[in-house]
Each structure stands twice: as C-alpha cells, then as structure tokens.
Write a protein that binds this ligand. Structure first.
Ligand SMILES: NC(=O)C1=CN([C@@H]2O[C@H](COP(=O)(O)OP(=O)(O)OC[C@H]3O[C@@H](n4cnc5c(N)ncnc54)[C@H](O)[C@@H]3O)[C@@H](O)[C@H]2O)C=CC1
Ligand SMILES: O=C1O[C@H](COP(=O)(O)O)[C@@H](O)[C@H](O)[C@H]1O
Length: 268
C-alpha cells in the first residue's frame, strides 16, 4: 500500500461509501471542488490534507499530489445525460490532468472510476431485457472494446484510454473500475438493470481497498456486488485484485426489501 492516498471527488456518493468503509485505514488527502462538511471527513484527516480545488486546475492538483503514493480518482460529472461541455471539462480534461500529474509525480497505484456506461451500447434491443435476468449467460468481462451509449460513456472510455497511456509511458499501475449502480442498504428498487449491476457500499469500499493493495499493471474490471443476476463478470477483479464481495441483489425482493428466510419446518 502506498500512502498517502489522494481521493478526488471525496464528498460524493462513491467517495463517502469508501470513506465510511475504510476511512480509518489510510492516510488520506481529500480533494473536491466543494468544501467538505466535517461529517464527511474522517476524524484523523487534518485541515492541511483537505483540498478544495477543481481537477482541471493543474497547479492545485500538483500541490495535492506531492508525495502521494496512490490515487482513487472519482471526481467528475456522473450524469448519464451530461452534456458534452461538462464531460469534456470535468471527465476528460480533469482526468487527463489528474492522471498525468500522478504519473509525473511517481504515483504507484491509480484507481479510476469508470462506468457501466462505457459499455452501455452492448445492451441492444435483442439482448434486453433477458440480459438482466439470472438465466441469461451473456457476460462482459473487461476485454471487450468500449461501446458507450452516451457522451458520458464516451468520457469514461476516454479515461480508460488515458489510463492505458500513463501506464505504458510511466509504468504507473492503473485499474479502471467500471462501477455499476451504487446504492446504500439495498439494491435499486424495482429496476432490473440496476439490480444486475448493484454495488453495495461495503463491497465498494472493499473493492477500492483491494485497488490500493493488489499488484497489477493495467486492468479494466467491473465493480458490482456478487449478484446472481448479472451480465458483468467479476472474475478479473477476484483474480487480480482479490475482490471478495459479500452482497447479492438476489437477497432482496424486486422492491428492495431483504428477503425473509422461511422458518424451519415444524417437526413436532
Ligand atoms: N454512483 C454510481 O453508481 C457510479 C459512479 N460512477 C463514477 O464514480 C465517480 C463518482 O460518482 P458519484 O460519487 O456518484 O458522483 P457525485 O456527483 O456524488 O460525486 C462527485 C464528486 O466530485 C466532485 N467534482 C465533480 N467535478 C469536479 C471537478 N471538476 N473538480 C473537483 N471535484 C469535482 C463533486 O463536487 C462531487 O463531490 C464519477 O466519476 C462517476 O462517473 C460510475 C458508475 C456508477
Ligand atoms: O455511471 C453511472 O451509472 C449508474 C447506473 O446507471 P443507470 O443508467 O442505471 O442509472 C448511475 O446511477 C450513476 O449516476 C452513473 O454515474
């Protein structure tokens, strides 16, 4: 593990899932363009390790990167409907700055928040909705070409390509995690696609913990829980990162309630 760890987008949903799970395990530098309220910051992180900055500001990013061993890069526009000007600035320009500065500063491990939307185009009319169901064996495993279904997905595929570049040019270990659908406490309600790609908060924290500790060169993995119903393989994440997810959307009803186990049969 290479510390300190720079976490960009620390105040967002994924950032908070990570900090709530492994916030005490690392020496963090937290960066977000919005100031983080105290409730979003682990107690041990001093003011000096909190950076309010935009990731397109190279000088600020370089300042936050100095001496950093690992990066988890989440900051960006997460909307699948995001317009080009926003994904170009926040997701492409911003990611290029963070990755290049990380490589130049000698960062060892870099985990990039990619997305299911980098490959959303594989969900063709003839494959859906069967794809989202347990008895369908179609799987994407990370070796397929990107196939974005929107401009946001294009920006995530571009981030993956930047990761490949900075791995090849600088030897920085880069893992691109195609995150599914992160929700807290239960899978997305009444949403087949979301349940097939559910990522629970504890599996999210564990997965990024593995990204900070495993040995890899350049990898693309899927970030979902151990869902029975899935069309993304998690074998690569298991093999390379040692990912061992604990949650499964099949343990919940379609409405998102925990399934109650049948009581043992009365033997009297
Ligand atoms: N939440 C999910 O289910 C998924 C998220 N992702 C990716 O994970 C990352 C985090 O997503 P969420 O936490 O859901 O989003 P979010 O919107 O909750 O958090 C993003 C954070 O990044 C910050 N940010 C945005 N642009 C910035 C910039 N230019 N400079 C500095 N900070 C900036 C925001 O202030 C915010 O705190 C994103 O890159 C998103 O594309 C990918 C797939 C699924
Ligand atoms: O990349 C992302 O994907 C998730 C899931 O996509 P959806 O189309 O099923 O909603 C989305 O919730 C998240 O905001 C986005 O960043």
């Amino acid at each position: 593990m290479d510390e300190p760890v720079l976490l960009t987008g620390a105040g967002g949903r994924v950032g908070q899932a990570i900090l709530n799970g492994i916030g005490d395990a690392y020496d963090w530098r937290l960066l977000d363009r919005e100031p983080l309220p105290a409730a979003k910051v682990p107690d041990a992180v001093p003011d000096a390790d909190r950076y309010v900055a935009d990731i397109t500001d190279e000088r600020a990013v370089r300042d936050a990167m100095r001496g950093v061993g690992s990066v988890i890069h989440l900051a960006g526009d997460p909307r699948k409907t995001a317009p080009w000007d926003s994904v170009l600035r926040n997701n492409i320009d911003g990611t290029q700055v963070v990755m290049r500065v990380a490589a130049e500063e000698g960062v060892e491990r870099f985990a990039f928040a990619s997305s299911n939307h980098a490959v959303g185009g594989y969900e063709t009319d003839d494959r859906t909705p069967d794809l989202y169901r347990t008895d369908d064996d179609y799987r994407l495993d990370g070796t397929e070409l990107p196939r974005p279904g929107n401009l946001y997905g294009v920006s995530k595929a571009t981030g993956e390509a930047l990761g490949r570049l900075y791995h090849d040019e600088y030897g920085m270990s880069v893992v691109c995690v195609r995150i599914g659908n992160l929700t807290k406490d239960h899978p997305p309600r009444e949403y087949e696609r979301g349940q097939a790609m559910w990522l629970s908060h504890r599996d999210c924290a564990h997965l990024f913990d593995r990204c900070l500790n495993a040995d890899y060169g350049f990898e693309i993995v899927y970030g979902i829980s151990n869902n029975d119903r899935r069309y993304y393989s998690i074998e690569r994440a298991r093999d390379v990162l040692g990912y061992d997810p604990q949650d499964n959307s099949a343990d919940y009803t379609f409405e998102g309630e925990p399934k109650v186990e049948d009581p043992p049969a009365d033997e009297s």
